[in-house]
Design a protein around this ligand. Structure first.
Ligand code: LLH
Ligand code: MG
Length: 382
């Protein structure tokens, strides 16, 4: 089997999610946004697909780098193809990013699963078929009745527990919220949520990502009193030393890195530096399923858990793939949005959750997404 084409479709769909001036998602009126889908096509008609932001799979990148590496190759040589793309990154002068690698690598896994008639978590070698989800809130806002006050977080947490979630992660207030960031308000929101849900629900925080060391320490010490399960990205992740300092000074587990560059190589350095207690990876953060698996197994070798960043089928597949992963991140959630409504371009939810808070893996071949090709083809951007 040989790869004969790499195609990109860009289409419009309707969403109620809007991005603020710093890139954080919030609810709003329905509007149209663009989405991309990359498809890898083989000479026997096999195809694999992955969704991605249109800019990460724009024609220049596909023609200049991706096709040069993929066309004529065996799609089952994922490691070779990933290494070739990763080496092209240097010569691309920064144009070819880990985001593009992630979409290509995930489409190759999807293709392999579809060609073999296997869900990708079974192809990897699954550890589980259902994963407990934590409800991951949107960042705080200034919307009345939204996520504007600690009490709003408390009320929303009660609803999430009633829906079945056994864990909740707060994204608290970040600029452009007028008065943020503010450690004391973060702690008030966390206290309100603990008060609302009681001692048995796992709670985590992902606060402002650029606190100073002393602010992050104050936040962490407050969270220890509230029995939080981890503190995530309170500092700029480019400073591994700052995370090592924080982890040495706190009892609460420090989780990371999520957004730091460097794929699994950077994660090895974080472990060596003692900069985290729980490792982090995500399909779109490190360049795909292939380097995420390396990160997860690296953590396993050091007796550490590795939690997966972000929702969607590829991250769910990862969450089912190893013992040292505790959760699937389901969200981002907000009182004004119904997450279970899903997306127009999928015929069914990629991450259906039962009343006990477990998200079930699909038994469909490939990544498990039930793609609505008719919707995509009817809504193509010229
Ligand atoms: O800052 C944000 O908007 C969130 O932190 C977002 O990036 C979210 O995806 C995340 O970090 N989840 O863990
Ligand atoms: Mg995060």
């Amino acid at each position: 089997m040989r790869i004969v084409d790499v195609k990109v479709r860009v289409f419009r769909h309707t969403t109620r999610r809007h991005q603020d001036s710093a890139g954080h998602g919030h609810p709003g009126e329905p509007h149209k946004v663009k989405q991309g889908m990359l498809s890898i096509v083989c000479d026997d008609g096999s195809e694999g697909h992955c969704f991605g932001a249109p800019e990460t799979i724009r024609p220049h990148l596909i023609e200049t780098f991706v096709k040069k590496v993929l066309i004529g190759q065996d799609p089952f040589d994922r490691e070779l193809l990933w290494q070739e793309l990763a080496h092209w990154q240097r010569g691309s002068a920064g144009q070819l990013t880990d985001r593009t690698l992630a979409v290509v690598d995930t489409a190759l896994w999807d293709l392999a699963g579809r060609a073999l008639g296997l869900p990708v978590h079974k192809l990897i070698g699954a550890y589980r078929d259902k994963v407990p989800a934590y409800g991951s809130t949107m960042c705080g806002d200034e919307l009345e009745g939204g996520l504007a006050t600690p009490e709003d977080y408390g009320r929303f947490a009660e609803k999430l527990v009633a829906r079945g979630y056994k864990g909740i992660k707060l994204h608290t207030w970040m600029p452009p919220v007028s008065w943020s960031p503010n450690v004391k308000m973060d702690l008030k929101a966390c206290a309100a949520v603990r008060e609302a849900v009681g001692p048995d629900v796992a709670l985590m925080i992902d606060a402002y990502h650029w606190y100073s060391r002393t602010d992050a320490l104050e936040l962490g010490r407050g969270l220890e009193k509230l029995d939080f399960a981890w503190i995530e990205e309170p500092l700029d992740e480019q400073s591994t030393s700052s995370y090592a300092w924080l982890a040495a000074n706190l009892d609460i587990p420090v989780l990371g890195p999520e957004s730091a560059a460097g794929k699994h190589y950077a994660r090895a350095e974080w472990i060596k530096a003692g900069a985290c207690d729980i490792l982090r990876t995500g399909v779109h953060d490190v360049g795909g399923i292939t380097p995420s698996l390396k990160s997860i197994h690296l953590a396993d070798a050091y007796g550490m858990n590795c939690e997966i960043h972000g929702n969607g089928a590829p991250n769910l597949v990862l969450a089912a793939s190893a013992k040292n992963i505790r959760w699937y991140e389901r969200g981002l959630l907000h009182p004004f949005l119904e997450y279970d409504d899903g997306f127009e371009y999928l015929n069914s939810l990629a991450d259906p959750m039962d009343a006990d808070g477990f998200v079930h893996l699909s038994d469909k071949p490939g990544m498990g997404e039930d793609i609505n090709f008719d919707f995509i083809n009817d809504n193509l951007v010229a």
